[in-house]
Structures are given as structure tokens and as C-alpha cells.
Design a protein around this ligand. Structure first.
Ligand SMILES: C[S@@+](CC[C@H](N)C(=O)[O-])C[C@H]1O[C@@H](n2cnc3c(N)ncnc32)[C@H](O)[C@@H]1O
Length: 196
């Protein structure tokens, strides 16, 4: 059955507004943790100047392919098998790495691999774009995020909302500079780094 995420439907419009502003020119995008495929289909359709490469862990591919199979978009590419820690990353470099609601699902080791390998997979000047909830100075930005974090950790104690400072340290270690930190609805953010 085709997977469906209500949060993707709710957040895709506001994410699109930011992507339109920061990605005005043609670019090759590698999406990490494509999930259902809803974002990929929506953004590839709305931003035809981008080539959108989907990727995820292999168990998500069947669902992604069901979403992609309903479109004829030539700028939307079938998923690469990419567990950021256990699969071989693409040998080519992309203009953009995009990832939504992934860092709080991944274990910290995976987040480290995402930044380390992801930075290598990005062209100089390329953009690293992360959407999701983040903490600041060890603090939740809302009661809702605190409850969400508890819920995540009940399911998987190694998951959880990541702290901006920890991600910023990883980014710096991997040659990435913060360009912008966008406030988004429902206590989410978009963090945008650029590779030096
Ligand atoms: C909450 S879903 C988000 C999916 C989609 N980006 C969205 O916004 O709806 C979390 C995603 O993280 C991915 N993920 C978790 N651990 C991963 C890993 N080690 N490597 C690659 N992706 C991973 C999952 O496969 C899943 O697609």
C-alpha cells in the first residue's frame, strides 16, 4: 500500500517557500531519508529546474517507488539505497543535500556519518539543508517538542531531538558554515549550511 505522511502534507508548502528562495538555479539535489516520497514528488514538480535524487534505507524503496510511479517527472530519480552508515555513498558530488525530519530518528552515530559522508558528497559551495525540530543550548523550544522527544525515546532510546550546538560542531568539523537558521511553523527549523 502506498505510504502516506500527514506531516509531509502539512509542512511541504512552507518548506517549498524556503527552497524556492535558496535554490533559484538549476542544481542536483540528493535527498537523504526520502521516507514516503511525498516531498520528493512535490518539490520535483514545483521546482523543475532541480534534479531530485531520492534515497533511503532499502526497506522504504517500495513505498517511494509507488509515489514516483504516479508521476512522469523527468527530474525525479528513483531511490538510491543509502543507509548513511552502512551503505556506500554515491561517488559523485551534488549541489545540495536535503533532509527532513531525519536527525531525530537517526542514532547519533548515524548523524555523525550523515555530516561526515554528506560533506564529502557535496560540491564546494554546495548547500546542506535540514528541516526538523532542534533544541538550543540543551533546551526544548516548546512543550510539544519536549513531549515529542519523550515519545521518540520511548520507542527508541537512541533517537531524539538533536541540539543545534552539537550539529553546528559537526558541521564546522566537516567544513560547513551556517548560512541561515529559518524559523518554521510548529516549532520546526530549517538549518542551512554551505560547504566552504
Ligand atoms: C520520520 S522519517 C522522515 C521521512 C521524510 N523525510 C519526511 O519528511 O517525511 C525518518 C527517515 O529517516 C530515515 N533514516 C533513519 N535512519 C537512517 C539511516 N541510518 N540512514 C538513512 N536514512 C535513515 C528513515 O529511513 C526515514 O526515511
Amino acid at each position: 500500500m502506498k505510504p502516506y505522511s500527514s506531516s509531509c502534507d502539512q509542512n511541504k508548502g512552507t518548506i517549498l517557500t524556503v527552497l524556492e528562495a535558496v535554490l533559484p538555479d538549476s542544481a542536483e539535489v540528493l535527498e537523504i531519508g526520502t521516507g514516503t516520497g511525498q516531498h520528493a514528488v512535490y518539490f520535483a514538480e514545483k521546482l523543475p529546474h532541480l534534479i531530485w535524487q531520492t534515497s533511503d534505507q532499502i526497506q522504504y524503496h517500495e513505498g517511494i517507488k509507488l509515489w514516483l510511479g504516479e508521476t512522469t517527472l523527468s527530474n525525479l530519480l528513483p531511490p538510491l539505497a543509502l543507509n548513511v552508515s552502512t551503505d556506500v555513498w554515491p561517488s559523485k558530488q551534488y549541489d545540495v543535500l536535503y533532509s527532513a525530519n531525519v536527525t531525530h530518528i537517526m542514532h547519533w552515530d548515524n548523524v555523525v556519518d550523515l555530516f561526515t559522508q554528506g560533506a564529502k558528497c557535496l560540491k564546494p559551495g554546495g548547500q546542506f539543508i535540514f528541516y526538523g525540530p532542534f533544541n538550543y543550548s540543551g533546551q526544548y523550544t516548546s512543550q510539544g517538542n519536549m513531549q515529542f522527544d519523550k515519545h521518540l525515546k520511548t520507542g527508541d532510546p537512541l533517537s531524539g531531538i538533536r541540539d543545534f550546538d552539537d550539529l553546528a560542531k559537526l558541521a564546522t568539523e566537516n567544513g560547513l558554515t551556517l548560512v541561515n537558521d529559518y524559523e518554521m511553523p510548529a516549532n520546526n527549523r530549517i538549518l542551512l549550511w554551505r560547504k566552504l
